[in-house]
Design a binder for this molecule. Sequence first.
Ligand code: EPS
Length: 392
Amino acid sequence: MSQLTYNTAGESHGRGCLILVNGMPKGLAIDQGLINHELRRRQGGYGRGGRMKIETDTVDFLTGVRQMHTIGAPITMAIWNSDHRLDDAERTPPLHRPRPGHADLAGSIKWLTTDCRETLERASARETTSRVAAGALAKCLLKAFGIEVFGFVRQVGAARGDFEVTADNWRDLIEPRDNSDCYCPDHAADEAMKAFINDQKMAKDTAGGIVECHVFGAPVGLGTCVNWYEKLDARIAYGVMGIQAFKGVEIGMGFEVGQLPGSQVHDEIFFDESRKDTPTLGFSRGSNNAGGLEGGMTNGQPIVVRGAMKPISTLGKPLRSIDLNTKDAAEAGWERSDISAISAASVVMENVVAFEVAGALLNKLGGDSMTECLANYHNFLDTARQLPLDEV
Ligand code: EPS
């Protein structure tokens, strides 16, 4: 059994988006419909540009899968691009005027060129297609252990969804989210988000926002406090900050913890014998400000993550920049782009978080096959329920 990892490859206008997943146990039934559903959701949302009308993202399994079950070998997935034209120099022309906020300037200097094209092709958020495919595969694994993830848009501009998400109500929020334009289940906030994005479109400007996701059903003890790089909150933050255009991540109460006394931050502990048979083992908390993670480990409460995405850096009314060849002042380059990709970002973050939780779950359970992992899962919970054990 190896660590669950994924890697991605592919340029925005190259042949396709490729994903290599290692460490998935044998015998996992893959729900291809679930993966394609997540890919489709990522393509949607209000404020998307022309590209999404061209692409129909669906997963093509190349290796590691037989009759839609994992075989324990490395898994390769491909999502082929319809709009591939990387070798056509006329249709992927050089870009010499870097866009503030994009990877253009730093990348072109890093690779010693005045053409930002190759940097922008790989830096493009097209790559998030791959991250969703990897995360959706991880969701298939999580589902087998009763773990589910729910993501949505919390805020765009000043428009903020005014609703709580709990283990009891989240399923009721799926439909309003899926029927909304901006993937926000609060109808009034969704309308206000749309209006803000419209305003930016009229002004030839762009919009970012804040996305949120909740993980339900994770047992106590995923992640570990013993090594900083294995803390699950650290792993989640790493994954989320790796999403294109993300500038911040919060767990639970997030940055507000710095403004309040401990008595208003920490979640008091209770025990309810009648819930001993659930993955929480009967432990409950008066609040969930920790966002389900203490000491880098799950504590049985829902995991709560928020991420802040900056506005798209390709502006219809370009900001001031320079021409890299002449160093003269010039307007930043413009290419077809989105006004807002915040709804897509909520799907991306949800799946990135799912992958990290799946990795921590497999670290806890070990096992080469689903049969072994499930046996270990039940054994761990059954043993934990018997605490206190005789010391050895
Ligand atoms: C992007 C620019 C646009 C977006 C793209 C991200 O692509 P294009 O240059 O082809 O119009 O549509 O996002 C996607 C392709 C996607 O699948 O999300 C950029 O510059 O980052």
